[in-house]
Design a protein around this ligand. Structure first.
Ligand code: V47
Ligand code: SF4
Length: 353
């Protein structure tokens, strides 16, 4: 079976859902990984990308309270916080040379749409060269509801105020049954895809994610990947896919950390199925520095960036640091036998040795 899939991949034939399930069920992790590495090197050579970036989570107050999320709080609950725009600006001053700021947060019950527009405008005014990658499809849908604007108009107001790119969060698992168990208050998978399609139509590039390792089946993962592949066929607006490994601490559903084997297999199969995505990211915050390094040999070509401050995974028991230096990222990539390439938010090369 693996041989016939391998022949297909090498001849450029698209994989079917059955192929993808067979890859997940295969015991030969190395064969799957080698195949994915071949494809990754066909697309990106030996390049492994990283970015000098910073994450900011403006608030953890969220009306959704997803059952896998240890980061969110209800208004008034111990540990709830909200940042002012001045505090956000201060955070961006604490480093230099950031190419990108990544902003995602909870769905705050009281913040008006104008607050998000002011946030974007203030950041752009203070740091005109920083690319703002902000707000998941879940947040965009929420802003459309609180502003009374349609998705297209919401996106256009955000873009006018400084939004350049959107991250891939909030996708979780599209399959309805599991999604309702994980996050009954969250927008549906179809709505997530609809918002992303609208963003792509508005010339806003985005990423895509999949949260795995909780209650989902292999078929649910495959279904998720194929729905992304279909949308990418229509729009071409996704830049990178990032599999997010579930962290179980302090969450309502509990459970286990994913295994390194599952992490590597999921990266590799994502690379093979998502033949129309240019980049597969091994998010080191969630995978750990060492597994993300090995993932560069299993189909990933990007390890994200310096991050600086990370709250979502660290609330749920992440074992990594919250940030890595540029030098650490370069070292990690070189030791995987790949070529470190510092990129900007749109994958233009900023530096290559
Ligand atoms: O949307 C929440 C997930 C996402 C947990 O686009 C959890 O470049 C694991 O989307 N265990 C936020 N994951 C992170 C994210 C992301 C990260 C890095 C780069 C990009 C990008 C996007 O984290 C959330 C949710 O899907 N999440 N709780 C948890 N317990
Ligand atoms: Fe809110 Fe996002 Fe956490 Fe869900 S995952 S509770 S939407 S912050």
């Amino acid at each position: 079976m693996l041989n016939s899939i391998s022949d297909k991949v090498i001849s450029g034939e698209r994989l079917t859902k059955e192929d993808a399930v067979a890859l997940f069920e295969s015991g030969d992790l190395f064969a799957v990984g080698r195949l994915a590495n071949n494809i990754s090197e066909k697309k990106n050579g030996k390049n492994a990308y990283f970015i000098v970036n910073r994450h900011i989570n403006p608030t953890n107050i969220c009306i959704n309270r997803c059952k896998f999320c240890a980061f969110s709080r209800s208004k008034g609950e111990a540990g709830a916080y909200e940042l002012t725009i001045e505090e956000i600006i201060e955070k961006l001053k604490d480093g230099h040379g950031f190419s990108e700021v990544h902003i995602v947060g909870g769905l705050h019950p009281d913040w008006p749409f104008q607050y998000y527009l002011d946030m974007l405008r203030s950041i752009k005014k203070e740091f005109p060269f920083i690319v703002i990658k902000a707000f998941t499809a879940v947040e965009i849908d929420y802003m459309s509801r609180i502003s009374g604007l349609g998705i297209g108009d919401t996106l256009s107001e955000l873009k006018k105020s400084g939004l350049d790119l959107m991250p891939g969060g909030g996708a979780e698992i599209f399959a309805e049954g599991i999604r309702n168990k994980l996050c009954p208050e969250k927008i549906s998978g179809d709505r997530w895809l609809e918002v992303m399609e609208a963003a792509h139509n508005a010339s806003i590039k985005t990423n895509a994610t999949m949260l795995y390792g909780h209650l989902e089946s292999i078929e649910d993962r495959v279904d998720h990947l194929f729905r992304l592949r279909d949308l990418q066929d229509r729009t071409g607006g996704f830049q990178a896919f990032i599999p997010l490994s579930y962290h179980p601490k302090n969450t309502e559903i509990g459970g286990f950390y994913s295994s390194a084997i599952d992490d590597l297999k999921t990266i590799a199969i994502s690379r093979l199925v998502l033949d129309n995505f240019n980049h597969i990211k091994a998010y080191w915050i969630m995978l750990g520095e060492k597994v993300s390094q090995v993932a560069l040999l299993f189909g990933a070509d990007d390890i994200d960036g310096t991050i600086i401050e990370e709250k979502i995974t660290h609330s749920a028991g992440a074992m990594t640091e919250e940030g890595m230096t540029r030098e650490d990222l370069i070292h990690l990539i070189k030791r995987a036998g790949k070529t470190p390439v510092q990129r900007d938010a749109f994958y233009n090369t900023i530096w290559k040795e």
